[in-house]
Design a protein around this ligand. Structure first.
Ligand code: GRF
Length: 199
């Protein structure tokens, strides 16, 4: 199996995927940000990396087309967004239907979009978390593969809550990708079921 990981920044989720010994024979990392520190991590692990700076493209459509071309050259079975901070056009999302997944730092459908941890604290929720889901044209709304919950504590700041959630992201993203690569995800209407492992 072949996996493409798209990043924009720190790349800690990407790092967990690279270190998870996934059943993938090829992994490629693509960043829209030349300064993403995640690129260094990937290079240090001798992973093929590509940079496609979105600022060099006059429109989202042209950037997405160039990105799709890079991705298609890898013939990936799965594309995993890992802190990829660009909204993708509908045509891009449709092209990779059922093989494009994302990790989002909230318990979707709560807190889609940005600043999830600050919003969770402001709303006074007692439980927060993270979600791995398939990407569909509606932002942060695709079928959910796995979620993890954490408590929100009275003394939490955005930073302490983000750190608690990130620990869980690092567990659930490799799990979700492994299930996908093992062909264990079954999509029925809008919900995902996990098949038993075959031995
Ligand atoms: C993570 O919190 C992820 O859920 C969100 O962006 C952050 C990326 O962190 N989409 P990293 O680059 O994986 O360290």
């Amino acid at each position: 199996k072949s996996l493409v990981i798209l990043i924009s920044g720190r790349g800690s989720n990407m790092q967990m995927l690279l270190d998870a010994k996934l059943p993938a024979k090829a992994i490629t990392v693509i960043s829209n940000n030349p300064a993403a520190t995640g690129l260094e991590i990937a290079r240090s692990r001798h992973i093929e990396t590509h940079v496609l700076d979105h600022r060099a493209y006059p429109s989202r459509e042209l950037f997405d087309a160039a990105l799709a071309e890079k991705i298609d050259a890898c013939q990936p079975d799965l594309i995993a967004l890992a802190g990829f901070m660009r909204i993708l056009s509908n045509s891009f999302v449709s092209r990779y239907q059922n093989r494009l997944i994302n990790i989002h730092p909230s318990l979707l459908p709560a807190f889609s979009g940005l600043n999830t941890h600050a919003r969770a604290i402001n709303e006074g929720v007692k439980i927060h978390g993270c979600t791995v889901h398939f990407v569909t044209p509606q932002l942060d709304h695709g079928p959910i593969i796995i979620q993890a919950a954490v408590p929100v504590l009275p003394e939490d700041t955005t930073e302490t809550l983000a750190a608690r959630v990130l620990q869980q992201e690092h567990l659930i993203y490799p799990q979700a990708v492994r299930w996908f690569l093992e062909d264990r995800l079954m999509l029925t209407s809008n919900s995902i079921k996990i098949r038993e492992a075959t031995t």
